[in-house]
Write a protein that binds this ligand. Structure first.
Ligand code: NAP
Length: 548
């Protein structure tokens, strides 16, 4: 039987009792709420944002759009009715379309009645005696829940670099991941953007069109590929809808969770001329295909990777007019080891008269001033608006930020001080009945995230019901299972170019002081087979405990 919603434990402390609290109301949290609630549990979700949508609520910066093989595949798959009735119009929907979709989902499945917005979970402690989570919110609520589901987002804890003089800036200042609700007016303004990752590269061409002047402060040049966004072909959509069960099945079997099979050929199966032809074709098509649908060994074979990188640098040379600017834009890392960026007209933006590129590797920022940015060489860049496109403390940052306390009061921050360790990327020893969606050591950012959130949420739901059927109340992974899982994650990554040493947020390299660890389980579909195996073996690797 579900705990009664909002039931008061005692009148004095006004603690509310629920089966589960979900933190986050993005793709992951919304579906977790739906899945658990439909299964008969009393559940409530909390989100600090003013609306549902998670990352799509916060990231309203100009140019924001999906860069995964998008509509109709970057969406929920659990409801065939939803798939049939929601019309995506582009292959890579923009932020407003994704947010509209998530609002539609919230209404269709009546999620809002159990979502508390503008409410941050301020603390979560495991009460060992009660075998329940004691949760407090910024609205002063106290909740006692058997299960805590953390759908905090992998890219939600923004990274604001510590640059001298920041407080003195007199103009407008924004972070792409915390963009205001109102439209920011760039017309007639001198705008500065720090950062050239996915967010900066999406925003820069759009801002350049409107601003009087745009100055881009670039630390590391990135490989970016034309996004190839286009209107969706109605015949394609209708075919996908007709065969939805097959399409979903293909998504669950493909490496990234999109309904495209993994490439069968290795780069060695083709001659240099054949490879060039294929790269040309995929470059013209745009999107992530050149990296993921060309050859199976792009991310495992250094030679193949170097050849593709050189092909991409040749494309950049064709696109940028000024040789000095071009030189600054040429990337020199192994393509794909930083999160691959897609763009619309990014390189051509540097041919505009109103755009300046500052290479921070040649001349670093010395200080932010009231009127702009001064570099070490003494260059003054006058700015009315300063935009930080400086990314996130990714994958682990939001969990450490929440810092739940487990058995004996151990904090997650302390537990993870030297290593981010989990079992299945979803559970943590000493943190009983806590589940993460898209946690470290899960496929998270390297698999279709809405689909992954569904699969993980359903696994959590089934686990909870298994527990109850067994007359048990607490589940916690063993330290041995945690250790073995860490080895499995590292072994799979070890077969690729991904490692703790890559200069990427994948490995924590972007956050000063963060320890480096590659925290993504590669090979998405295999992860979901592993979850099934664990369940089939009566939750192997876990210890169950009766409620006292
Ligand atoms: P990011 O990829 O981490 O890029 C941050 C940028 O800021 C980098 O160019 C970085 O330079 C620079 N930077 C950081 N600290 C700096 C400092 N102190 N001084 C100067 N430059 C600094 O962040 P992001 O662009 O927000 O993207 C994060 C992830 O979000 C993406 O990789 C992607 O997964 C996701 N995203 C997705 C979409 C989409 O699907 N459409 C759109 C946007 C973002 P270095 O490279 O030198 O560190």
């Amino acid at each position: 039987m579900p705990e009664e919603q909002g039931q008061q434990s005692t009148a004095a402390d006004a603690t509310q009792t629920l089966d589960a609290v979900v933190i986050g109301a993005g793709f992951g949290g919304m579906y977790a709420l739906h899945s658990l609630r439909e299964s008969g549990l009393s559940v409530r979700a909390y989100d600090a944002a003013g609306g549902v949508g998670g990352t799509w609520w916060w990231n309203r910066y100009p140019g924001a759009r999906v860069d995964f093989p998008g509509g109709p595949f970057y969406c929920y798959t659990f409801s065939e009715e939803l798939v049939q009735e929601w019309d995506w119009s582009e292959t890579q929907p923009d932020q407003a379309s994704v947010l509209a979709y998530l609002n539609y989902v919230a209404d269709k499945f009546d999620l809002r009645r159990d979502i508390h917005l503008e409410t941050r979970v301020t603390s979560a402690h495991y009460d060992q005696a009660a075998q329940r989570w004691a949760i407090e919110t910024s609205a002063g609520e106290k909740i006692n829940a058997q299960f805590l589901i953390c759908a905090l987002g992998t890219l939600s804890q923004t990274n604001m670099p510590d640059i001298a003089g920041f407080e003195s800036f007199a103009g407008e200042c924004y972070h792409t991941g915390h963009w205001p609700q109102e439209k920011v007016e760039f017309a007639g303004k001198r705008v500065g953007v720090i950062g050239t990752g996915s967010s900066g590269i999406q925003a820069i061409p759009v801002i350049a069109e409107e601003a009087a002047h745009l100055t881009v402060f670039q630390r590391t040049p990135q490989f970016t590929i034309p996004a190839g966004n286009r209107p969706l072909d109605p015949a394609f959509v209708s075919e996908a809808r007709k065969n939805w069960a097959t399409v979903r099945d293909q998504m669950m079997k493909s490496p990234l969770g999109a309904p495209y099979p993994a490439p069968k050929l290795s780069s060695r199966d083709h001659s240099a001329e054949q490879r060039r032809e294929l790269y040309e074709k995929l470059w013209r098509k745009g999107g992530l295909s050149i990296l993921f649908d060309s050859y199976s060994d792009i991310l495992t074979n250094e030679e193949a990777n170097a050849e593709l990188a050189e092909f991409m640098r040749a494309k950049i040379r064709d696109l940028v007019d000024d040789p000095a600017v071009l030189e600054k834009l040429l990337p020199d890392y192994q393509v794909g080891t930083k999160r691959q960026v897609l763009d619309k007209g990014y390189y051509a933006t540097y041919n505009r008269d109103n755009v300046t590129l500052v290479d921070l590797r040649e001349d670093a920022i010395e200080t932010i001033t009231p009127t702009g940015i001064r570099t070490v060489a003494g260059e003054e860049h006058a700015l009315d608006i300063l935009i930080f496109a400086t990314g996130y403390d990714a994958i682990t940052g939001a969990f450490v930020g929440l810092n739940p306390r487990g058995r004996g009061g151990i904090s997650l921050k302390d537990k993870w001080a030297e290593r981010f360790s989990t079992y299945l990327g979803m559970t943590i020893p000493e943190f009983p009945n806590l589940f993460m969606i898209h946690g470290p050591e899960s496929p998270s950012v390297l698999f279709n995230m809405p689909l992954g959130a569904e699969l993980q949420s359903d696994w959590i739901r089934d686990c909870i019901h298994y527990l109850r059927e067994q007359g048990q109340g607490v589940i916690e992974p063993t330290a041995a299972a945690e250790e073995a899982w860490g080895q499995e994650v590292a072994e799979i990554a070890g077969q690729t170019m991904f490692s703790a040493d890559i200069d990427s947020w994948y490995s924590g390299a972007n956050i000063p002081g963060k320890h480096r660890q590659f925290t993504v389980y590669l090979g998405g579909p295999n992860f979901y087979r592993r979850l099934d195996e664990v369940a089939e073996k009566n939750y192997e690797g876990f210890v169950l405990e009766k409620v006292y």
